[in-house]
Write a new protein. Sequence first.
Length: 312
Amino acid sequence: MTAFSAIGEEREIDRHEFTPEVEPQPTWCPGCGDFAVLKALKQAMPEVGRSPEEVLLVTGIGCSGKLSSYFESYGYHAIHGRSLPIARAAKLANPGLEVVAAGGDGDGYGIGANHFMHTARENHDMTYIVFNNEIFGLTKGQTSPTSPKGHKSKTQPHGSAKDPVRPMSLSLASGASYIARTAAVNPRQAKEILVEAIRHDGFAHVDFLTQCPTWNKDAKEYVPYTDVQDDDEFDFDVTDRREAAEAMYDAESRLYEGEVLTGRFYRQRNRLPYDEEKQATGEMPSEPLAERYFDEDAEWERAADELISRHT
């Protein structure tokens, strides 16, 4: 079975199919929030009707990068900050594949921030999960883009002089069409949000708060938390960009004051994802480009050939 023959196959899928038989058990530290991401993702895929053969998981560097080793599907372990361009290329080559990219706050909001902005702007049809623990964990506790101002670490021994990145606000400004925040301490909500993100047609960004008990004890366990959809204090329209922006700014400010607000913050409907936009302009064929690798009669086209013909 391949990523082509499996797509669209109707059968009952069990979440245990996403547990590898040959890979080792997760080696994250006890109490790490990354376990919750893995569990939520395993629960979400069967609910959206996807089998391991229909999924590609692209990860970056860091503790979060191990996710693809512990999740049974097609996987690609990219270099630091580069999971999104790999994921974009795979989705364009085979639009029927369910593509999920994952990385840490340093990976996604630091070295990979440029890719994050433009993937959101172009609205590629994929899910991007960012493990946000406000620290560089795998490299032993350096200040990250989401570490609060004044945070002391090996790289900022006197306290960070920089304000933290506001990831949801950045995502909205860049053009993401689905934005949510959840936390490892809220497994029910985490699974539900991942289901929504995967089903969304367009770029879905999930800021996943994952506590780091080893290198960032300041973050505690992101409790207590408040679901903005369940609390009467927070009454905003997730489809209204201005109201969503205000809600995100409020949530991002309160996080560093000890109050954790999670939930759905923005959803844009009726916007074509990037691959469909390209097909509408005639710049991308309707059939998956990747299938040409398996078609001996397919005529290969190179962009360079057209350029050369224009100048010779």
